[in-house]
Design a binder for this molecule. Structure first.
Ligand code: SF4
Length: 1015
């Protein structure tokens, strides 16, 4: 039966009532409903959970009917320090995810060329998938590459997913995929925040949000740019408004006037894709007006470090550039050795604390941003000059030692072909102003999925192993070669006695990881079992789908993801899926990916792909941990049991793996050792997958009795902290960063005490609520909040302080005495990097136009686009194309999440936001003869979608380089599969291009060009 949106809403409302009261043995009439009574202990039990949507990580209370074990209600947890009982619309409607008749109760199968799904048993589905995995793996496994290097790689299967599963499931999933030999291992983080990690790691050493949600209240100036926090991270705004009540200024720069803008002291319209120009102008303003926090810059940054003579910059290109041919994915590359620091005879970078040397970083920085004067910046960005100056004045005032400014950003910055450099520019601003490591400061990457931080930490990405260890490549033939290559730069840095150069501990973390994955193998054996990437090749999301479009895979896992709507150039992804022999789609509901064969423009009778749909539990139906944007690891408990025959992701993956293992035990097959030896039996309890057991393994244990510094740790006891991990196989730890999260004292993520010392309470650290990596440190780089004597720059809101021979306050970034070790301990040189020579597209950020732009040239240089960009030369792009004159962007709304897979199936949310729309200015609408509320067609060079016109004053034409420029924006939450009658429209990603940042491959989905016409 086809269900349209109206009928769906009615049916689901009726189901909800019946479910809530079914357990009582009677169905009361509507007048007699007493929902509050149902929540009492006589009829229901309460469990705590964490919202499965955005990365704020709000606490929930879930009421479950004692008899039926179905959810009755979910609401905000009043004790939770972040949300204090409140939720946004998504958080408030989570019980509707669990109690939802759209959830398939058992697996489904779509046979080749079939026009319909067939319900099948779990046993049959898992058995058949296992056969296909083995057959494909055996047929496509490569022991050695063309150069004769050992690679032990399965080329025929790819995987995407997931940022929505628990930490324990992420870790298990990556272990399984790597034991099978997959290298195309990608997930949501690649397409949402992958640019954050290398940008922040290059600047500070770690790739995560530096502070946490409650800390925003400590800020004197909150900049929201590249995000719409009030709408997309709604509860985060509780802490923004709390800061404003204490006198903080809120500044918002955005192409649209949003709900965030409506609360801001200053809002400025900008052209999408020009943020580096604007922030480059801010750097110039700070330097020209001598507004840097000088002691901070000298003590904690590389501002005084000298750069070698080979570094240079000319008309948009840094030295060392080579252009690539069209047959290569990247447009060009740099020889980064030309950007090296000037080193002394010990190999350490030279410095000039007087800051007078013309090649010291601060002077090169001045020179680089000389061109970013206010007139040029205003002209390129279309931003009002006076508003820009006011922004510069307000924000740079946080350069005073006792003031702090913070930045909240999200996809508006990350999803660009210069996304890494967007974030780098702001990181540099924060270092110049002394805003890193301090309360109310930081660079706060707002994660949009509940566990995208955890899924990144646990490495569901081709280039990472858990804990940000690098995946091996073919040139690193054995364990020793790998360890030498990865530790040498840090051992070099450690020659400076002031530098902790923490990554020199890599051997301990890698050996412990391999022991957790393969407990009975030596590190050398286990390393040999890991798949090796080809030297110089990358396997990013865009390249994965490009390879799929060239029929390079037979099998594909879409685990908790919906790439038919969520990826850039979604039409290309949908077409590519028809080249697969088989696909496994694990999700709560059917979606546009699993059902791609019956989507618009597809003829199922011509599509060979077999599809297995496996229904998984929703978050409140299982136990495990997730980690929010602020790195708080929080434990969720099972409320209702999984509905129908659905299973937790952990159960699904381990049962599937058991089926694969038993095939390899029965029959011969390619390279079976990693499959036979993976630690999967250690992940299980009496009922299969056991989140506690995996969480304990991720933390790590001693594999034999070990004596360290005179203290003996017994075999089998939990390792208390990563400082105790060893490189000799005596410790196993699935992720060194999480070592300290599940100790002999218990599950730290489950803690719910709000006890704090007065210093901690002063800035709201909540060290006894949940757990935070690393080692429960709440503010990263916190020793940078103090001068070299351990005295806080801002004593009234100290994060740490040297007091009586020890640090008090937060857990310090190392317990060394003040002035003995630099604060940025993950950097080889120990300093915050204003000059960052490790990125693919330059040590200083530079403005380039987006890959699709209405302009043939810009005012900063002759180089139009990022010269190292990831692109597929055979795919056309519209540049200065009169057919596509509008600058277009995509965004999210409060009521929906990501591709809308979960929220479009939630009646309350679909009712509130039922279909795709396109925002446009009144001026543009007049030009096109479009009325508010009319259906229009939005077209790019790749595809088109219909949308309802939302004619608004929130967008306005800008004058850019002398030309009137119009912008439009669309939400990207919609898809043809739900509502079933197509009334929601389709994905805005049918319009966006397959082009990516050269550092990470993140697609440029936040700016492209389009046209809009009346239907
Ligand atoms: S979606 Fe985000 S802000 Fe809303 S309740 Fe969930 S975690 Fe909180």
């Amino acid at each position: 039966m086809k269900i349209n949106r109206r009928r769906f809403l009615k049916l689901t409302a009726a189901t909800a009532v019946a479910t809530a009261f079914g357990g009582l043995g009677f169905v009361p009439d509507a007048q007699a409903l007493d929902r509050v009574a149902m929540l009492g202990p006589k009829w229901s039990r309460q469990t705590t959970s964490i919202c499965p949507y955005c990365g704020v990580g709000c606490g929930l209370i879930v009421n479950t009917d004692l008899k039926t074990r179905r959810a009755i209600n979910t609401e905000g947890d009043p004790d939770h320090p972040i949300n204090e009982g409140s939720t946004c619309a998504k958080g408030a409607s989570i019980w509707q995810l669990a109690e939802n008749d759209e959830r398939p109760p058992r697996p489904r199968y779509r046979a080749p060329y079939s026009t319909e799904w067939k319900e099948v048993s779990w046993e049959w589905a898992l058995g058949e998938i296992a056969k296909r995995v083995k057959k494909t793996r055996d047929a496509t496994f490569t022991l050695k590459n063309a150069k004769g290097q050992v690679v032990n790689r399965c080329n025929g299967i790819a995987s995407v997913g997931s940022a929505a599963i628990d930490n324990e499931e992420c870790w298990a999933y990556q272990s399984i995929l790597r034991s099978l030999g997959l290298v195309y291992v990608e997930h949501q983080a690649r397409i949402c925040h992958s640019s954050t990690v290398p940008a922040l790691a290059e600047s500070f050493g770690r790739g995560a949000m530096t502070n946490h949600w409650n800390d925003i209240a400590n800020s004197d100036c909150v900049l929201v740019m590249g995000s719409n926090a009030a709408e997309n991270h709604p509860i985060s705004f509780k802490w923004v408004t709390r800061a404003m009540h204490k006198g903080a200024k809120l500044i918002n720069l955005d192409p649209r006037f949003t709900r965030t803008s409506s609360r801001a002291d200053l809002h400025c319209h900008i052209r999408a894709g020009t943020d580096i120009a604007i922030l480059g102008g801010l750097i110039k303003y700070i330097l020209d007006n001598d507004l840097i926090q000088k002691d901070y810059v000298l003590t904690h940054t590389n501002g005084s470090t000298l750069v070698g003579e080979k570094f240079g910059f000319n008309d948009g290109l840094f030295t060392g550039y080579t252009k690539n041919g069209d047959d290569q994915d990247y447009a060009g590359s740099y020889d980064k050795s030309q950007w090296a620091f000037d080193k002394d005879s010990d190999g350490l970078p030279k410095k000039d604390p007087s800051l007078k040397h013309p090649r010291c970083v601060i002077n090169l920085l001045k020179k680089h941003y000389e061109r970013y004067d206010i007139d040029t910046v205003s002209s390129v960005s279309g931003a009002d000059k006076q508003k820009l100056l006011e922004f510069y004045r307000l924000y740079s005032a946080t350069g005073k030692p006792d003031k702090a400014g913070t930045i909240l950003y999200a996809m508006g910055w990350t999803q660009h072909t210069v996304g890494v450099q967007y974030i780098r520019t702001m990181a540099m601003v924060q270092l110049l102003l002394g805003n890193i490591g301090v309360a109310g400061g930081g660079v706060n990457a707002m994660r949009g999925e509940s566990n995208v931080q955890g899924s990144t930490d646990h490495a569901l990405l081709w280039h990472l192993l858990p804990g940000y260890l690098a995946t091996p490549n073919a040139g690193l033939a054995d364990y020793k070669t790998y360890i030498d290559a990865k530790t040498t730069p840090h051992l070099e840095g450690a020659k400076d006695p002031m530098s902790a150069a923490w990554w020199q501990n890599t051997p301990k973390y890698m050996a412990s990881l391999l022991k957790a994955m393969y407990p009975n193998a030596t590190a050398e054996q286990a390393y040999a079992w890991l798949p090796k990437a080809e030297d110089g090749k990358t396997y990013t999301w865009l390249q994965l789908f490009d390879a799929m479009s060239k029929s390079e895979f037979k099998g594909f896992f879409a685990w908790g993801m919906n790439p038919a709507c969520g990826g850039a150039n979604a039409g290309k992804n949908r077409k590519a899926m028809a080249n697969l022999d088989w696909m496994v789609n694990v999700n709560i509901f059917d979606n546009e990916t699993g059902s791609f064969w019956r989507g618009p423009g597809q003829d199922p009778k011509k599509i060979k792909t077999e599809v297995f749909f496996l229904p998984c539990a929703v978050s409140i139906e299982k136990e495990g941990s997730i980690i929010n944007s602020g790195r708080w690891m929080q434990w969720r408990y099972e409320g209702p049991v999984p509905r129908g025959e659905s299973k937790s992701d952990g159960h699904i993956m381990t049962e599937l793996y058991d089926a694969i293992r038993s095939l390899y035990a029965k029959e011969s097959g390619a390279f079976p050792e990693p499959i036979k030896n993976l630690s999967v039996d250690m992940w299980k309890g009496g009922h299969g997958f056991d989140a506690h057991k995996v969480a304990k393994l991720i933390n790590g244990h001693f594999t034999r009795d070990v004596t360290i510094d005179g203290k003996t740790y017994k075999k089998g006891t939990q390792v208390p902290s990563f400082a105790l991990l060893q490189d000799d196989g005596s410790t196993a730890s699935g992720n060194w960063l999480y070592c300290n999260s599940y100790t002999e004292s218990g599950n730290m993520a489950a803690r719910r005490s709000k006890e704090q010392t007065p210093e901690q309470a002063n800035i709201g650290l909540f060290p006894n609520w949940a757990w935070c990596w690393p080692v429960n440190r709440r503010v990263l780089y916190n020793r940078a909040s103090c001068d070299n004597t351990g005295k806080p720059y801002a004593p009234q809101k100290a994060v740490v302080r040297w007091d009586g021979g020890k640090w008090i306050g937060d857990v310090p970034d190392g317990g060394w005495a003040p002035g003995t070790k630099y604060a940025f301990i993950m950097q080889a040189a120990g300093l915050g990097q204003l000059y960052g020579p490790g990125r693919q597209d330059g040590p200083f950020p530079e403005h380039y136009e987006p890959m699709e732009t209405p302009f043939k040239a810009h005012s900063f240089s002759k180089q139009l686009n990022n010269p190292a960009v990831l692109r597929f030369a055979r795919e056309a792009l519209a540049v200065a194309d009169p057919n596509y004159p509008l600058v277009a962007t995509t965004f999210r709304v409060t009521e929906h999440w990501q591709t809308g897979h979960m929220t479009r199936h939630t009646p309350w949310l679909l009712e509130a936001m039922p279909q795709i729309f396109v925002e446009m200015s009144e001026e543009l609408a007049r030009e096109r003869g479009i009325e508010n509320g009319e259906k229009v067609m939005v077209e790019s060079i790749r595809g088109s979608v219909w949308a309802v016109a939302m004619v608004t004053k929130r967008l306005r034409p800008l004058t850019v380089m002398g030309r009137t420029t119009h912008q439009i924006g669309l939400p990207w939450h919609f898809g043809w599969q739900m509502p079933h009658d197509g009334s929601g429209g389709d994905s805005a990603n049918l319009l966006t291009p397959s082009v990516g940042d050269p550092n990470t491959g993140i697609p440029e989905t936040k700016v492209f060009v389009a046209n809009v016409r009346k239907l």
